[in-house]
Design a protein around this ligand. Structure first.
Ligand code: SAM
Ligand code: SF4
Ligand code: FES
Length: 351
């Protein structure tokens, strides 16, 4: 037993074997030994730098719709939340966001939204096709939840390259505590494999500190990442949200999120790993810390300012009052201040 200290040999083994045992994960999450955490941080940063140098990739986030047919218990956009303000961007607004984004140096557009039937295949393929036509040098990432294989294929054929679909938890029992009975863990996992088969670069992920999460569910998450081998992994702290069944639950911990970012970097060195907005919401330097613990992607908001505060997936979300150019400049400054560089690049996965 190592008690409170995580020996360097353990961190070296995780790095060497690209694997971690359940007990090692528990030690890493429970230690309060500053030197152990610093060793973990520096190993993760070293691995990230060996693959991607000091480059941080920017993705421009466009929040298409706050309508959602689902009722995930943690999310402010869930259909039962009658206090949520609902909006949808028009085709013109979306194209405007891309135009602004392109001028600001973004070469990846991430179109995200609730599961909203308005954005059916016909409409979405039209939008993706138009962005592909106007910006052939950009990557198009979608994050629109669970759809059919035919839909994913049509969107891919229209020009989408990447898809973010957090698996939320690798434990079916845990999934059932976070979602209503009409949502299926199996379907979500199948969607990820379908997306991969079609040829998308895929991103899975989970919230850190979600209700009922345990070391065992987190260990299952890590093993799921090892078997899926996604190009991207999105993790951020759970943020307790008003008008949801989990209002009043404690937020996920920033320190756990940082340690898990580092572990994910060590077990999957080439992964594109964002320092998320949720991390920046719970700590003023959350995203910078994320980068220092091995993250290499940041996703400033490109959505029209009028609608930003209404994409309220969780409380106190940052960047709801700023213009796209302000977030772009702010991001660059933050990244620069800690010795890294934002790049104008699609930022593809390096295999
Ligand atoms: N509707 C799509 C989906 O669920 O995949 C994409 C948008 S959804 C808002 C994106 C992610 O937000 C979810 O995968 C979830 O992990 C995260 N999220 C939702 N509610 C959250 C909360 N209260 N705190 C932190 N993250 C949250
Ligand atoms: Fe809808 Fe996604 Fe929120 Fe679930 S997490 S309610 S699918 S927007
Ligand atoms: Fe949006 Fe700093 S990134 S204001």
């Amino acid at each position: 037993m190592w008690q409170n200290v995580v020996p360097m040999s353990v961190i070296d083994n995780i790095r060497e074997n690209k694997d971690i045992s359940r007990d090692e994960l528990e030690y890493i999450l429970s230690t309060d030994d500053k030197d152990s955490i610093e060793m973990l941080r520096s190993a993760a940063r070293e691995v990230a730098t060996s693959v991607y140098g000091n480059k941080i990739f920017m993705r421009g986030l466009i929040e298409l719709s706050s309508h959602c047919k689902n009722d995930c218990l943690y999310c402010g956009l869930r259909r039962s939340n009658t206090s949520a303000v609902r909006y949808r961007l028009t085709d013109d607004q979306i194209m405007q966001c891309c135009e602004t984004g392109y001028k600001l140096g973004f070469r990846t557009f991430v179109m995200q939204g609730g599961e909203d039937g308005w954005f059916d295949d016909k409409r979405m393929c039209r939008i993706v096709g138009e962005v592909r036509r106007l910006y052939p040098d950009c990557a198009i990432t979608l994050s629109l939840g669970e759809r059919s294989r035919e839909s994913y294929q049509a969107l891919f054929d229209a020009g989408a390259n990447r898809y973010l679909l957090r698996h939320e938890t690798a434990s079916p029992e845990h999934y059932a505590k976070l979602h209503p009975g009409d949502m299926s863990w199996r379907n979500r996992i199948d969607c990820l494999y379908t997306l991969k088969e079609i040829g998308y670069q895929v991103g899975c992920g989970f919230m850190v500190g979600s209700p009922y999460q345990t070391v065992d569910t987190l260990y299952a998450d890590i093993q799921f990442i090892r078997s899926l081998q996604p190009q991207m992994v999105g993790i951020g702290p759970f943020v307790s949200t008003q008008n949801t069944p989990f209002a009043g639950w404690p937020n996920g911990k920033v320190s756990d999120t940082l340690r898990l970012l580092a572990v994910i970097r060590l077990i999957h060195p080439h992964v594109l790993l964002p320092a998320t907005t949720a991390l920046g919401t719970l700590h003023p330097q959350g995203r910078e810390l994320g980068i220092q613990f091995g993250a290499n992607v940041i996703m400033p908001n490109l959505s029209p300012r009028d609608h930003r505060k209404d994409y309220a997936i969780y409380d106190n979300k940052i960047c709801t009052g700023e213009e796209a150019a302000e977030c772009r400049a702010c991001t660059e400054q933050r990244v620069k201040r800690i010795g890294f560089e934002t790049v104008v690049d699609r930022g593809d996965y390096k295999s």
